[in-house]
Design a protein around this ligand. Structure first.
Ligand SMILES: [Ca+2]
Ligand SMILES: [Ca+2]
Length: 194
């Protein structure tokens, strides 16, 4: 600190965050953001951007203005949604190909489980897909022939790694089927399970 009076502020929208122990101001190209002081960023007073000089969220990946965290312990749909909510989020919703591409890179770098539950469900009304986080169902990436209403109730969406190509597509599966799952958060979650 240079001791000068702080009489100027340029906080990025939604910052500073008063929760927890965010007590450092990081100067980013888009405006200031508050972060927990860590070994990585405690000596950074100024920088041209936030990229490359801080790792504000080790347990999830930041895509756009959201954070996605993979949990590889297998849960069925309801238990997975409950686990995400316990961390302050929901099962993930996906809204664009570019968002899904970034998410898939993150999944690939974290064990790349074949099946990953996300928050799509048509349990309320067959064929009327909704996201458990309440956002609009405005993007889809179904594998050819899906959704087909099976196996089981066919009411839960999993993104499934496709054999040889390694690409991921969506399939409807039983809400009773347990799989690794992806949560979405507005802010960096306190933790995710390995
Ligand atoms: Ca269904
Ligand atoms: Ca299916």
């Amino acid at each position: 600190m240079d001791g000068s009076e702080n009489n100027f502020a340029n906080w990025k929208e939604s910052y500073p965050k008063g929760d927890g122990d965010n007590n450092a101001a990081l100067l980013c190209s888009s405006g200031w953001r508050s972060e927990k002081i860590t070994k990585k960023n405690r000596f950074i007073c100024e920088a041209d951007s936030c990229e490359g000089n801080a790792e504000p969220c080790a347990q999830a990946v930041e895509v756009g203005d959201k954070f996605f965290g993979l949990i590889r312990e297998k849960r069925n749909f309801d238990a997975a949604e409950g686990a995400c909510q316990a961390l302050g989020g929901h099962l993930a919703s996906i809204h664009s190909a570019s968002e899904e591409s970034a998410i898939n890179q993150y999944i690939k770098a974290n064990g790349n489980p074949t099946d990953v539950l996300i928050g799509g469900t048509d349990s309320a009304s067959e064929g009327n897909w909704q996201w458990s986080d309440g956002t609009p169902f405005d993007f889809e990436n179904w594998k050819s022939g899906e959704p087909n209403g099976q196996p089981g109730d066919g009411d839960a969406v999993m993104t499934v790694k496709n054999g040889g190509s390694g690409k991921r597509y969506w399939r409807d599966r039983s809400t009773d089927a347990a799989a690794a799952f992806l949560c979405v958060f507005d802010t960096c979650p306190p933790s995710t399970l390995p």
